[in-house]
Design a protein around this ligand. Structure first.
Ligand code: FES
Length: 185
């Protein structure tokens, strides 16, 4: 096969040819079957790579979102105060340091709770407002627990007495042991 014969050398073969059209139609260029097969092969490889990347991403992101909800949170009892320092029915704000594992490190969260003496027992209330999560504070003059953000108000038992909070302050487990008040966090 030579150029003189009117043929192209092997490495310059044309990849298209004109198939005969039906009567009255223009002939369309068509790729040779081997090129179509090769293209399909590459398209499948690219699709497989995309699918693999998508599955990997879904696994990583999904794991990060779903895993914490399946992780059992460990609670712990912390000494919050001594009983003698509490006044009957008057909330006392106490800030607890709660250690938690965050990967390989340990993080200390500060959590403020109210301790309210109620006869022989002590009630523990989370100080986080149930509206949008602001930190509340006890107002000794009004004798109410108040939220500075939107005017939410609670009584000493944590019940909502004004403003937008939808529910009472969260009650935490508390117990008295050897004149110490322990709170579960
Ligand atoms: S966050 Fe407390 S009233 Fe809105």
């Amino acid at each position: 096969m030579t150029l003189e014969d009117g043929h192209l050398p092997y490495n310059r073969l044309k990849v298209t040819e004109r198939f005969p059209a039906r009567a009255g139609e223009a002939a369309l260029p068509r790729e040779q079957p081997c090129m179509e097969g090769r293209r399909r092969f590459f398209v499948r490889i690219i699709q497989s790579v995309h699918a693999l990347m998508g599955a990997t991403l879904a696994f990583v992101v999904g794991g990060a979102v779903v895993a914490p909800s399946f992780t059992r949170r460990q609670s712990t009892w912390l000494t919050a105060s001594d009983v003698g320092s509490l006044e009957e029915g008057v909330p006392k704000a106490v800030t607890l340091r709660v250690a938690r594992a965050d990967g390989a490190t340990e993080v200390i969260d500060r959590r403020t709770v109210y301790l309210v003496k109620d006869g022989a027992s002590v009630r523990a209330l989370d100080s986080t407002c149930t509206h949008l999560g602001c930190r509340t504070r006890y107002n000794a003059d009004s004798k109410r627990i108040e939220c500075p953000c939107h005017g939410g108000m609670y009584d000493a038992t944590g019940k909502v007495i004004g403003g937008p909070p939808p529910s009472p302050l969260q009650t935490l487990h508390a117990r008295i042991e050897d004149d110490r008040v322990l709170v579960e966090v």
